[in-house]
Design a protein around this ligand. Sequence first.
Ligand SMILES: Nc1ncnc2c1ncn2[C@@H]1O[C@H](COP(=O)(O)OP(=O)(O)O)[C@@H](O)[C@H]1O
Ligand SMILES: [Mg+2]
Length: 279
Amino acid sequence: MSKLEIEDLRVSFASRSGPVPALRGVNISVDGGRLGIVGESGSGKSTMGRAIMGLLPPSAKVTARRFEFAGQDMLKASPAQKRAMRGRRIGMIMQDPRYALNPVTTVGAQIAECFRLHHGITGRAAKAKVLDLLAAVRINDPASVYDQYPHQVSGGMGQRVMIAIALAGEPELLIADEPTSALDASVRTSFLGLLDQIIKERGMSLILISHDLHLVSSFCDRVVVMYGGQVMEECTAADLANPHHAYTRALAACRPSLTERLPELRTFTRDPAWLEAKS
Ligand SMILES: Nc1ncnc2c1ncn2[C@@H]1O[C@H](COP(=O)(O)OP(=O)(O)O)[C@@H](O)[C@H]1O
Ligand SMILES: [Mg+2]
């Protein structure tokens, strides 16, 4: 299993008023299994996923004491080495298929392009691979979905297409950034069941990014809790039931309950010391 090892990762974005930090010294490692990254909006989760995928915009300044995947230094990798890694060894499922898929190209052609890019397979052989993959993500009628445009498929189906695209490179590590937030509750459950089966079948490692503490604790083995571009706490999913850090406790307490009626949703006050203590 290929190891991902990140130490002291810092990312800042250029702005007119100077660099804005998004990650401020993050450590994570993945060596098989499923890692959840959880935190509220703006805590730096997507920046983390994009940094690993090598997809940060040129305006991002990235430094790290260590940033390795499969023994390769990702910060020193050439653009060609990065391209060879992206999609091929590390796959990513984005939040919303409506924005991630190309609207003017059929679903089949988009997945076929991945086979060309990653494996040099084209023409009929590529089409056969795509149909197999659509069946593998439990799409009932692969031949008709192959010829559809993204706007013609439902949200749940679009998200299955996104998994198919991520799987085309046969990656060892899959990053899923809020993969269910564009789905309704019933579709969400079946999507997660599928993701679970596929990860098991293919023996991939997973990084699941979500704002949903409950989701990551039920789906992952280990969880990293982020706030303000820093890791507040890292623990096993089981330990999330008794969180150590005040931020994690506050996040858990904000989860709306199905049985308890509240006049308004709970929020919490952020303690400036949470950030100072770590930087
Ligand atoms: N391309 C970008 N340019 C400038 N700032 C960005 C960019 N992407 C993210 N940020 C900033 O980085 C911080 C973390 O964002 P993000 O990683 O998207 O958080 P999350 O996914 O946890 O909601 C935010 O303050 C956000 O505004
Ligand atoms: Mg995000």
